[in-house]
Design a protein around this ligand. Structure first.
Ligand code: ZN
Length: 358
């Protein structure tokens, strides 16, 4: 299957063209990919489905959190229909063909560490567009929908995560990993790490996190208060963080050898000039943005990454530089160097190359 229409992605207002490029390259090999919508890009629509005066610290005269969850769940079909339309007007070129799409929307209360530190437990929408090459939607989609709804319904008082919530979230991750064709060894490692995070969060308790939120005046103060809380329990944040594990492993494969003592400018230059040259093998383990290999030298992950490139080389060679730029973005974002502007320039270059084709 050839991916047409990548060039139109940059002209649209969709905020993440590089993410769409990443996913479309992958669709040549993996059975299904997912493009998330940013809720923030659609504030008016979301306001229509929110309770008036709904706020985590203010419940007087408003519906309970459980009632709010139920009301949002009743709107799932409307929200999915709205975004199904947006997918073809704001994200994908209608000329793109050869695959089917399905929208999965769900109200969501974030119970991850990031949310505990940076946000409250008020509800948001998560809207995901699934692209697949079969006519019938994959069976896993129903499991994902179900897991999302069950996770929301399992919250104590409609807001606080329970052990059941953790189980449903892990079930969702497992179903997605199968659907996206992630290697089993990487999935198992990731699930284990996520489970550890849930255990710690449940151990500390959401109420304690709310106490810390009320006590602290700034985000950084809250961050350190939260980390102290973790350390007091003998659970340093870095040991529970998939990204930290990946950074350590990248150091172990001596990634510094390639970029030793470089400034961001130098790194940026390398990124622009070398993306068309062969990359170190472990880059191929980072074949898509939301995937964490169990190790950068995971053979199964590298195999998927290489297969995508060789398939692209046969079907649409002009997309190979875009794919390599994506691999680099994914590795660098793990390292905390996340230059999306550079990636967009590469995307533009790729498109220029594409247009020059006879
Ligand atoms: Zn693996």
């Amino acid at each position: 299957m050839t991916v047409h229409g990548v060039e139109t992605l940059l002209t649209e207002s969709y905020p993440y063209p590089e993410l769409v490029g990443d996913q479309l390259c992958n669709l040549h090999v993996r059975p299904c990919v997912m493009i998330p919508f940013s809720e923030a890009a659609f504030p008016d629509l979301m306001d229509a489905f929110r309770a008036e005066g709904s706020s985590p610290h203010c419940h007087e005269g408003t519906e309970s959190a459980s009632e709010e969850n139920d009301r949002l769940l009743a709107h799932v079909d409307d929200v999915e229909a709205f975004f199904a339309g947006k997918l073809w007007t704001e994200v994908l070129d209608p000329a793109l063909s050869g695959f089917s799409t399905e929208l999965v929307a769900a109200p969501y209360r974030d119970t991850t560490f990031e949310s505990a530190i940076h946000a409250d437990f008020s509800p948001r929408w998560k809207i995901e567009a699934y692209l697949f090459t079969t006519e019938e939607p994959p069976a896993e989609l129903e499991a994902i929908r179900e897991a999302k709804e069950k996770a929301l319904r399992s919250l104590r008082d409609g807001r606080y995560p329970t052990e059941r919530t953790a189980e449903h979230r892990l079930a969702e991750i497992r179903a997605k990993s199968e659907l996206f064709g992630y290697p089993d060894c990487c999935t198992e490692q990731f699930l284990e790490e996520r489970e550890d995070r849930f255990d710690v969060l449940l151990e500390i308790g959401a109420e304690r996190i709310e106490e810390l939120q009320a006590e602290c005046e700034s985000r950084s103060q809250l961050q350190s208060a939260f980390e102290s809380e973790l350390e007091a329990q003998g659970l340093p944040l870095q040991d529970l963080n998939v990204e930290s594990r990946i950074v350590q492993q990248l150091e172990y494969v001596n990634i510094g050898r390639y970029f030793e003592d470089w400034s961001e400018d130098e790194l940026s230059e390398f990124y622009q000039q070398k993306s068309r040259d062969p990359l170190p093998e472990f880059f191929y383990a980072f074949f898509t943005a939301d995937f964490y290999p169990h190790h950068p030298r995971c053979e199964a992950a590298i195999e998927v990454g290489r297969r995508i490139e060789s398939t692209l080389r046969e079907s649409d060679p002009a997309l190979v530089p875009l794919y390599r730029a994506t691999l680099m973005t994914n590795v660098f974002s793990c390292l905390g160097f996340d230059d999306r502007q550079v990636h967009r320039r590469l995307l533009s270059d790729t498109i220029a190359t594409h247009d020059d084709k006879p």
